[in-house]
Design a binder for this molecule. Structure first.
Ligand code: SF4
Length: 401
């Protein structure tokens, strides 16, 4: 068995403390598959002159293959000499307080969910703005031009990802800056009408957010999904996550939907269905499967007058299956501020959503430039934040929430 000499501060410390730390070090050295060699066993009394002790220790070190340096080695003249000798003699140097490479890889994996190999080859991702779904790993930056980090660790590629059309000017500016700095830069994202091809977990969305299918068979006038993703549903390989962002999950096949439910059952977090569930095609069987998961939130939508009747039916169905509206789990995006919309009509739809069994959340219509009317923005604030919405509902409907 290979032998490893233990080196650390002794002089000036109480012997009890010294014995305890060298004993712990012996255990650590054994765990590394070495036979520990301790200077406390050099055969000399503790009060022997320092020069005699260091000479005896160096002799012990000479017969070893490695040196194990305790965290305080650099506070000790003797240990510093021992380290230098070990270095000159080509012995393996092991630092007690340095994590092993495997530990570092494991820590990276546990913190980021990606392997070390993935990390070092990972591309830098830049987003014009942060949203709830923006990934938050180290390779993500918000509205950032080339920086010191990119100079020290130059990425293979820089990806500028843009979600909203009104952020395109900022995204284009960022693209130019990174390109001018000599980086291989790409620009894309749904704002540019790109189809989202196979979903890569954690790449452009925060971990936990997943897309299991893309596309929608409907063709709502205000929605870019059918134009961008097509009206044919594309079912993607299902990766683990708990916040489902599909364009129209309920339009997927039974086998796909069932596989998504099975995946969600395995997750520690309660599922969230952030991608809208289409009330018109909610069946009893699927509603039951969703409710059995005890979801944290599920979103339906009231975008046009045609959505109203299906929403009422979906509300009745959920309540028949035991859903309690006071739990506020079933929520409803209510589109407001379209061309011919009025505040009275918008408020009526918000209250209708509540009456149908859904906690409303107003979504403000924005044109391609992202412009909106300030009064509508004010109105939306009254019907988007759950606390304010609850207060408004209490006042309008004289109800307890
Ligand atoms: S149902 Fe939803 S995803 Fe499909 S087109 Fe209408 S708004 Fe878009």
């Amino acid at each position: 068995m290979k032998r490893c000499y233990i080196s650390g501060k002794i002089s000036g410390l109480r012997m009890k403390e010294v014995r305890s730390k060298f004993k712990a070090a012996e255990k650590a050295v054994k765990a590394l598959d070495y036979e520990p060699v301790s200077p406390l066993n050099n055969g000399l009394p503790a009060n022997a002159p320092w020069e005699r002790r260091i000479a005896a220790n160096i002799l012990m070190l000479s017969g070893c293959d490695a040196i194990y340096l305790l965290p305080d080695w650099d506070e000790s003249v003797g240990a510093t000499i021992e380290k230098q000798i070990a270095t000159y003699r080509g012995k393996k140097i092991i630092f007690a307080d340095d994590p092993q490479f495997e530990d570092i890889m494991q820590a990276i994996y546990e913190a980021c969910g990606i392997t070390f190999a993935q990390l070092i080859t990972k591309d830098r991702r830049i987003f014009p703005r942060r949203t709830n779904a923006t990934p938050d790993d180290d390779m993500v930056a918000i509205n950032r031009t080339p920086d010191l980090f990119s100079a020290i660790c130059p990425p293979d590629e820089v990806h500028i990802d843009c979600t909203f059309t009104w952020d395109i000017p900022v995204a284009t500016f960022l693209f130019e800056q990174w390109q001018k700095a000599g980086f291989n830069t790409k620009i894309g994202g749904v704002a540019f009408g790109e189809r989202g091809e196979n979903f890569v977990a954690g790449m452009y969305l925060k971990r936990g957010y997943v897309i299991t299918s893309r596309g929608c068979p409907n063709n709502c006038w205000f929605c870019t999904v059918p134009k961008r993703e097509g009206r044919q549903i594309r079912e993607l390989p299902i990766v683990d996550g708990y916040n489902i962002l599909d364009d129209n999950l309920l339009a997927t096949s039974d086998s796909h939907f069932n596989a998504v439910i099975d995946m969600l059952k395995r997750q520690k977090e309660r599922p969230i269905f952030s991608g809208g569930l289409e009330a018109k095609i909610l069946t009893e069987n699927r509603a039951k499967m969703i409710l059995d998961l005890n979801p944290k939130e599920m979103f339906f939508a009231y975008d046009t007058p045609d959505d109203y009747e299906p929403l009422v039916e979906a509300g009745k169905l959920l309540q028949r299956l035991g859903y309690r509206k006071a739990s506020q789990i079933a929520r409803c995006y209510v589109l407001i501020g379209g061309k011919r919309d009025t505040f009275e009509q918008a408020e009526k739809r918000v209250l209708q959503a509540w009456d149908a069994g859904f906690f409303p959340m107003a979504m403000l219509f924005r044109d391609k430039q992202g412009d909106y009317d300030k009064d509508w923005r004010r109105f939306q604030r009254q019907w988007a934040n759950p606390t304010i919405v609850a207060e408004n509902l209490k006042r309008r409907k004289s109800i307890m929430i």
